[in-house]
Design a protein around this ligand. Structure first.
Ligand SMILES: Nc1ncnc2c1ncn2[C@@H]1O[C@H](COP(=O)(O)OP(=O)(O)O)[C@@H](O)[C@H]1O
Ligand SMILES: N[C@@H](CCC(=O)OP(=O)(O)O)C(=O)O
Length: 380
């Protein structure tokens, strides 16, 4: 069977769980990590098709740290888990770096917390960094920053983190690699009658009833967190595939359009989903007024808003806040995330980007609001 979802996906987030990465806690599985890295490199290079942008979200730090520290059972104390994660992350990063370098691929370590993605400014910073890494052809390898978070504010499982990263970079697809072939109607470790689910709608409540917790002592979330991650990823238009991480050439075959694992299809289109996301987060913090030229560029050409077209700034906002864009008559044209705080924006009115560094002491993005972070009102 051929599925177009992964075949057409240009930006893909791949998540691998602890049990796979560490061979059920026996230690980092060098061969498996090498295999995924070989496939990631082939995808980035577009071997056999269009080049893809890929981000790896990898668990395994705690399991690897426990092994390095000689602990045979998972400690109950949160700080011991954090210490294990810090020890294990060294090995994890080193392994991905080595395996990607063997493929002549650059790699980058990114450790994120929930707070990083909940805070608008950090959200934009994380997004810009990841998009820059992708543009540079480097493969970001992401894990939760376990050192600085405790239970209540943790993602807790990397399935959720994978979905939030997919939302963050507006990925087309999320691939969750695990120790099962995909989703079954019940936990196959417990119910031999369980049937395989080939395809379903992401967010279908019936799926949540099928999914149980983790089957091994190594994995954290189990299938339920994968189902919820698919629902979350669908919020920004990304479909999810749950597949067995040891399936030969799993990523390459998915990218060729082969149906492997369970496909959970997002119901909303990416652009539509992005707009919905903006509408849901519309707590306006201020606005900018633009000249007729900029208004036309936004309305008719779907362009970003550049400071050179701005004539005034109203309100008090920080980078990452949602602001309105108004024309000279006061009519709202668009809403979006501000790249510059109001005080900086006032200095940048009517100025070309070449002057930003002189005016601010630094230069970030050339746009005041990037079109990817903007909803033009009235536009479909
Ligand atoms: N309906 C289901 N279908 C498939 N697996 C399920 C289901 N319900 C529970 N599971 C369990 O979820 C496990 C995968 O989750 P987990 O151990 O957290 O892996 P990972 O480390 O890859 O995140 C499987 O090994 C399986 O025992
Ligand atoms: N940040 C943790 C991952 C948490 C976790 O167990 O995730 P997973 O195995 O994907 O369910 C680690 O690297 O050990």
């Amino acid at each position: 069977m051929v599925s177009s979802v992964l075949r057409d996906a240009r930006r893909i987030v791949v998540k691998v769980g602890s049990s796979l990465v560490t061979n059920e806690g026996r230690g980092l599985d060098e061969v498996a990590i090498g295999e995924w890295c070989r496939q990631l490199a082939a995808l980035v290079r577009g071997q056999g098709g269009e080049p893809r942008e890929v981000i790896m979200v990898s668990s395994g730090a705690i399991a690897e740290g426990m092994k390095r520290l000689g602990w045979s059972s998972r400690p109950g104390e949160i700080h011991e888990l954090q210490a294990a994660a810090a020890v294990g992350q060294m090995g994890l990063a080193q392994m991905y770096e080595t395996k990607l370098r063997e493929q002549s691929m650059g790699s980058a370590q990114v450790l994120l917390t929930h707070a990083d993605l909940a805070d608008r400014e950090r959200y934009l910073n994380a997004r810009s960094t990841l998009l820059t890494l992708l543009r540079l052809g480097v493969v970001p390898v992401i894990n939760e920053n376990d050192t600085v978070v405790t239970d209540e504010i943790k993602f807790g499982d990397n399935d959720t983190l994978g979905a939030l990263v997919a939302n963050l970079v507006e990925a087309d697809a999320l691939v969750i690699l695990t120790d099962q072939k995909g989703l079954y109607t019940a936990d196959p470790r417990r119910d031999p009658q369980a049937q395989f689910v080939h395809e379903a709608q992401a967010g279908d409540a019936a799926l949540e009833a099928m999914a149980g917790g983790a089957g091994s002592s190594i994995g954290k979330g189990g299938m339920i967190t994968k189902i919820l991650a698919a629902k979350r990823a669908a919020g920004s238009g990304a479909s999810t595939v749950i597949a067995w991480g040891r399936e030969p050439d799993v990523l390459l075959r998915l990218a060729r359009g082969e149906s492997i694992g369970t496909l959970l299809v997002a119901q909303t289109q990416k652009n539509q989903a992005r707009k919905q996301w903006m509408v849901d987060h519309l707590q306006l913090r201020g606005s900018v007024t633009v000249d007729a030229g900029a208004a036309a560029k936004l309305r008719e050409d779907g362009k970003s808003l550049l400071p050179i077209g701005m004539v005034a700034v109203e309100g008090d906002f920080v980078r990452g806040d949602v602001i309105a864009v108004r024309d000279a008559g006061g009519t709202e044209i668009a809403r979006g995330l501000a790249n510059y705080a109001s005080a900086e924006a006032r200095l940048l009115c009517r100025k070309p980007s070449a002057e930003f560094e002189r005016l601010l002491g630094y230069a970030a993005e050339p746009e005041m609001v990037h079109r990817d972070n903007m909803v033009v009102l009235g536009a479909r």
